[in-house]
Design a protein around this ligand. Sequence first.
Ligand code: SF4
Length: 684
Amino acid sequence: QARAVEAEKKVRTVCSYCGVGCNLEVSVRGNEILSIRAPNDAEVNQGHTCLKGRYAWKFYNHPERLKTPLIKKNGQFVSASWDEAYQLIATRLSKIKIEHGADAIAGISSARCTNEENYLMQKLLRAVIGTNNIDCCARVCHSPTAYGMQQAFGTGAATNSIKDIKETSFIMVIGANPTAAHPVTGAKIKQQLMKGVPSIVIDPVKTEIARYATYHLQLRPGTNLAMMNMMCYYIIEQNLVDDAFITERCEDWESFKARVMALNMDELESICGVDKALVKRAAVAYASADKAMSFHGLGVTEHSQGSRTVMYIANLAMMTGNIGRPGVGVNPLRGQNNVQGAADMGCQPHQGAGYMPIDSADNHAKYTAHYGVHMPEKAGLKIPQMFNAAVAGDLKAIWIMGEDVAQTDPNQQHVLAALNNLDFLVVQEIFLSETAKLADVVLPGTSFLEKSGTFTNGERRIQAVNAAIEPLSGCKTDGQILADMINHLGGQQPSAAPEVVLEEIAQIVPFFAGVKWHELGENGKQWPVLADGQGTDILHIEQFKRGKGKFHYFDFAETQELIANGATFPFILTTSRVLEHYNAATMTRRTNNEKIVDKDILLINPQDARRKQIVSDSEVKLFSERGEIRMVAKVSNKVKPGVLFTTFHFPELMVNRLTGDICDTETMCPEYKVVAVDVQPLSC
Ligand code: SF4
């Protein structure tokens, strides 16, 4: 408190960890940050933060911050000037483009960066280099949400707002651990559950929120779709569907219903490992509620049937009329602070800014007219395809902004082989990450505290990020780096200033049409923001974006990971986060949170622990078809027999040595959540 009094100014900005998008008030003196608190009038977080956001300033001036461009010479990094780095990048990329074509170059954008920076990244790749090889980390987290909800509703974003949690009469949480991964929203959900709002939690792990749930359906990992089919079956069987809503607003209901009612509940019960009577009670409770909201996370999407499960969450909402009014809807808990925005801005290989498919002639003409150059027509490579192409020698260069793919993407050996096989790797980062260590050129970017722009949170809220301090000496904002490079490579970017870039975005992205930097105010606006400047807190009120809401039917299919490896590796490893850390913990481990949680722990059921002679706090060997790692185990009833659980914040443990190449059928989102493994005490 004493330090806050000494502040020269207080700057309102937005947290750069999770998709809740909490507003932060940063106290500053000179170019030094003194503290962070949460403003009470923040629509999103009303004076609250979690301990990630509260102490987010602790990492910004860590001694390991990169402060000069680095160029690799004879295998060693040497400091370089910005001009030298830019010139080298321009020369090498131009040469690769001439010799191998623009499609030999790819970019991976960052969900931690602003909308404007993501927009410029895709502009650099598409309009300047000439390829649609642009993707972002939505590929490895919520791409199935975007795809699945687009198929069902026409828009791949949350239908409702966080404030609706207070209005709802039923909450369903599927494959999400919100009190750890989205703590401020998680706390709101938990408060409702503690007040007696009935709820379902569908999760293979007894998470904190599961302890408060009316029904915890603790299913076998990878069986979400079977569980969804059971719920649909019982709702139809008990005549709890909203016939009027379905008739007026949906299509393909009859065929869906017929196929669901042909299912065998005994078979699905045995697949999921959950008593069908309990599933029936839960389904009836959900369908009987006046207003039911669903929340889902990566425990839905990061599966081989991730997109299909998202479509089933939409099925459940539509068949019970839980769409288009306050207190209902399908509400993905978006992982990273701006993963919604990175996809909105076109950082994906098949859709440009504003989700317009690039293979449509109309869209292509629109993009070409806007950028003044002939835009590439062929859909680009998704991140896993980039790595495959790099290993095959077809992809020669990747530009990565703020992603540590060497640590966070699955099948680590394959990712490393891909990065090492490139002719040229550029990485924009704030620390020398494992990916940056492999780069030919490293460009020192800035943290969220040193830049201005916008982030879009999980409820589609576009909020102003305001620089609290100047970029640390030697660093540039990521937007400035991209604008500089667009100009170096022959494109045109007059400025990286958010008001300038937002104005350009508003011209091309229909749901940003009314967004103006100076009109965002302190609490931002939820898209679509139409030309009159009005935001939208609930989607699909009168009709769905695609017209009629569409029912989709799918059979459950066991993942190939278990079919191929389950006999040799009989345990299923699944993963999630802890409250104190964020993903690869690049930032949280450079705060005091490191002192609270200093390692990932493997949870094993007591029955399995006895059989395997594993005791709590002992080291174990965990191995899959791809590799092995060592961890400390803890015996716990939070997981059922046959299931192991860990977090992934300490990448030196290399959990991604174990994960494989199985992906969501529709989007290529990796199946992180089901890995066939075996475990042994280390003495064996
Ligand atoms: Fe809010 Fe998420 Fe940041 Fe925590 S990590 S302060 S919940 S935005």
